[in-house]
Design a protein around this ligand. Sequence first.
Ligand SMILES: C[S@@+](CC[C@H](N)C(=O)[O-])C[C@H]1O[C@@H](n2cnc3c(N)ncnc32)[C@H](O)[C@@H]1O
Length: 295
Amino acid sequence: MNDVPNTLSLIVLGISLALLIGILLWWLLITTEGVYLGRRVVVWLYDVYARRYDRIKQYIPSWESTTLGRPMLTALRKARVPAPLVLDVATGTARLPLALFGQPAFNGYVIGLDYSRRMLAEASRKVAPIGFRISLIHQNAMDLPFDDNTFDAVACLEALEFMPDWHVVVGELVRVTRPGGLLLLTNRKGQEARMMPGKTQPAQAFASYLREQCSLEDVSVAIWQMDYDLVWAVKPGKSLAAPDHSLEAILRCPQCGHRALIRTRGKNPALRCTDCETQIPIASDGVIEFASSIK
Ligand SMILES: C[S@@+](CC[C@H](N)C(=O)[O-])C[C@H]1O[C@@H](n2cnc3c(N)ncnc32)[C@H](O)[C@@H]1O
């Protein structure tokens, strides 16, 4: 007699459980883009979506120019740097480099770094016409292969919340910015930000962190997109801009950490460390395969 209600409860229980698992998987893989499952899952998801990324994002070039390229160029000009050296961490498909090089008055150099090789492959295709003034490096943002105080400006857009530890990445961004240099970051906001506990924070809390824990100056938050605010800041102090913008002059060897790389050409182009003989391959699409050179 009791069999029907029992079966019904089992079916309801089964459906509820399946729904719960579905919601959990959606949250883990879609809403939070794998960030609670570790760095490898995040990067794998970006690899999977790389070819569709721009179609999903639908960036509008005039908006990119007005809100990113032009303001950054203006800030760099104010700092009177003749040919600025810019680092874009988690560059993705080269959004910031393209916004900057889209400004005819920009005469600097950009390094774009990302841990998703396929995002970099897309970036490489798009920046090909720019030539030697842009380099792309495959590497983890948690450990930037540059000396302290190297770049005139450092950006990291729509990415901090996907890092294993955003505090470490912000520390790295500040470390490699030269005194007097500019930082351009984003802070996630809105409904989805609230669904990423520990990975996001209110804009004012982030700004206070940058002021108090990172000793940055002129920290300002600007409303930008529905999901993100832009956060501008300056590293205190003054220093001279790097005289040599070549990759060989600024990239550290992944093994010995020395700045002793020279470019070797020929069939298998690479950067070779003259101290420890480590080779960093340069792939056919021009991407510097830094991550795979770390033993
Ligand atoms: C939402 S996309 C943003 C890309 C680009 N900055 C933009 O605004 O279009 C996030 C990027 O962070 C990169 N990323 C995630 N974890 C990373 C890590 N640990 N190191 C370097 N890049 C990482 C992803 O591969 C992806 O390209």
